[in-house]
Ligand binder design. Structure first.
Ligand code: PHE
Length: 381
């Protein structure tokens, strides 16, 4: 596959950093470079001569060493292929220049600013969990479809690749955490298309309230927590998107009641971006929180990042090409005596399919400059 690209550079002055995350991300990942069509998912991955992706033999995850043989086994209860094992160590959410990492940090920013750093953050918990952690601890019924071999990757009959970050709720509660965010890769057997991939990333949010917190409001604990949850997530959506159309849908999860889904309008349809609700009392009680109420949410990072950065296909997140994972580079940054800051960015313009002509690149560059000037309120040079 031929790939052409061109590097362009431009510098601008700004007096203050812009307030909305959307503005800043547009400067880093502009829509033109992401919307280029492409044909195959792994087009830019390093391949071995036989066409297979190289598979590492051991990984260090969550402080634990995991050998390939621990995860991929010739055993009737094991349904983890090499292609999935190779994703275990990628940890896209820990790469600060990757769209998934950028989004994680933007959500952290929102919680740090609004809850004065009260939320404890976990992004290194091991994705291999017990059936108990993944299902029983969060009250998933014994006959629930999500437990099937068809839906979940089993390492053995008692161990799975977590299918949601909710798998960590119980242990963190038992450890005494009352405000936490858990980010991680999650695994679900699924067919692949532009919006589905068997590995994706979630962030779990969890907040416990003690009786004093809701008693003064005159509301019961459940209504108080539900109201607080919706306010929190609407604020998050505004922090990320500015104005975006959203709606709440009643939902069902075994671990929350009431339960809701938040949908966002994207590419002419409503897209589910998160599930949430008021935590079942049984989970709190089982894990040392006797008189409390709590809310929880689980947010799909790929789905949100696709909307936010105009990424047309979920498979692009797995590209190894630096020109995708780190397209825009700040190469110079200084503040002059008058207090004006100058940034110089280098942008890689490229198509995954064809050579771009000078005219096409000039047009992209013109549009980027125009958007940067209007949206970021800066002076271009
Ligand atoms: N774990 C749910 C999922 O993966 C999301 C969720 C998390 C819903 C927490 C409610 C509360 O779909």
């Amino acid at each position: 596959m031929t790939m052409a690209m061109s590097i362009a550079q431009f510098t601008f002055f700004s007096r203050a950093t812009s307030s909305s995350f959307l503005n800043r991300t547009n400067a880093r990942f502009n829509r033109f470079t992401f919307s280029t069509p492409f044909s195959t998912a792994d087009a830019t991955c390093t391949r071995k001569k036989n066409g297979r992706l190289p598979v590492l033999s051991a990984l260090e995850l969550g402080g634990v060493k995991i050998a390939r043989d621990d995860v991929v086994r010739d055993d009737p209860t094991n349904n983890v292929p090499d292609s999935i094992f190779s994703k275990l160590g990628m940890q896209l959410h820990k790469r600060n220049q990757h769209p998934i990492g950028i989004l994680k940090n933007a959500i952290y920013e929102y919680f740090d600013a609004n809850y004065s750093n009260k939320f404890d953050k976990f992004d290194d918990l091991c994705p291999l969990v017990s059936v108990k952690q993944n299902f029983d601890d969060v009250l998933v019924p014994a006959d629930h479809i999500s437990r099937s071999y068809n839906d979940t990757y089993y390492v053995d009959s008692q161990t799975v690749l977590r299918c949601h970050t909710s798998a960590h709720q119980a242990e963190l509660l038992r450890d005494g955490h009352t405000h936490f965010l858990v980010t991680g890769d999650v695994y679900r057997r699924d067919s692949i298309d532009s919006t589905h991939y068997p590995v994706f990333h979630q962030m779990e949010g969890f907040r416990v309230f003690s009786p004093e917190e809701w008693e003064a409001s005159g509301l019961d604990g459940t209504s108080y927590a539900a109201g607080d949850l919706k306010k929190c997530l609407e604020g998050l959506a505004r922090h990320l998107f500015g104005a975006v159309e959203m709606r709440w849908i009643d939902a069902y999860f075994p671990f929350t009641n009431p339960s809701f889904e938040l949908e966002i309008y994207f590419q002419e349809k409503w897209m589910e971006v998160l599930g949430c609700g008021v935590t079942e009392q049984e989970i709190l009680r089982n894990n040392g929180q006797l008189d409390s109420v709590a809310w929880a949410f689980g947010l799909g990072l790929e789905r949100l990042a696709m909307v936010l950065f105009d990424i047309p296909d979920i498979r692009l997140f797995w590209s190894n090409d630096e020109r995708f994972t780190s397209q825009v580079q700040l190469i110079d940054n200084f503040t002059n005596k008058k207090g004006m800051t100058s940034h110089c960015y280098r942008i890689a313009y490229r198509s995954m399919e064809c050579s771009l002509t000078d005219e096409e690149i000039n047009e992209l560059q013109r549009k980027v400059r125009e958007q940067v000037e209007t949206k970021l309120n800066v002076e271009l040079r």
